[in-house]
Design a protein around this ligand. Sequence first.
Ligand code: G3H
Ligand code: 13P
Ligand code: ZN
Length: 334
Amino acid sequence: MPLVSSKEILQKAMSEGYAIGAFNANSGEMVQAVVETAQEEQAPVILQISQGAIKYAGLEFATAMVKTVAELATVPVVLHLDHGTDFDQNVKCLRVGFTSLMYDGSATPLEDNIRVTSKITEIAHAVDIPVESELGKIPKIEDYQSMLPAGYDYSSKLPADVQENVENLMADPEQAERFVEKTQCDSLAVAVGSVHGMKRAVQPLNIERLDSIRRRCGIPMVLHGASGVICTRDQAEEFGIKLNAHEGTIEDAVKHGISKINVATELSMEFIRGIKNALDEKPGEKDMRKILLPGKQLVKEKVRYYMHLFGCVGKGAAAGVSSGITSSEIKYHE
Ligand code: G3H
Ligand code: 13P
Ligand code: ZN
């Protein structure tokens, strides 16, 4: 079916207590992997295009890929701009057909963030497109390069001084309430302990902070940097990570009202792992498809895992919508 707006599916997720996966895609294989899995699991899904993806694939090509694959599916698919940098880029995305926007003004002073976000919501709402904004700052692991011990292998929580900085960047509940009221944004990316770009899930979230922001704002909350966040309490135990009373995992965050969860790094790493396995097994292979396909398969399994964790499986079952295409017809293997 045609792309859908994120507005209704996030509102529904918020009221029914599950989260929708927002997966970053950089290539055709990634787009297919995500939508095929959504179709198989009957889950609504958000495909998001990052700044890196726009540079790599180009805005028009990325848009066309997502639109084409979404048309073949019967589950709701959203095309979302990830960490939009400015007003102009958001308007360009509106023009090419994105059905969900984001402006990330977290690096700018609060009043500038409010001003630009408000301009974007005004123009996007005129054509019924919702806008996500960011409050507090969700850092990147690369921001801490000089503070990480040499050879840091992501096998334990971040060092105390790094963690202290992550906590200092967290969103303030009172500020969040004022921000939402002033900007009229439709969803809020909240800094509650996650860090972008981590290679292993060792970060806990501050669930207490999440609760107090969610209660004041009343709009869907968005978790970024999910690749680095501990998925379940069992996983924390397995990794030997002790959670403090106010801390929790992705599973806890879903129970505490997170409605959209962004995953990029973990999918990229799975794609690379599949390709590496294939190259190790068939070093002389001349058919690139036989090398890329194992990457795509591992991405699909990871997307499936997350969809089950987020509780969105079965939530995209078509309400009387039919594209006339069966689930197996959107697969292009071999
Ligand atoms: O938040 C953004 C994701 O981590 C991916 O970013 O595709 O620009 O590297 P990138
Ligand atoms: P990760 O790459 O850490 O999963 O973060 C994804 C993200 O937040 C995209 O906006
Ligand atoms: Zn992000």
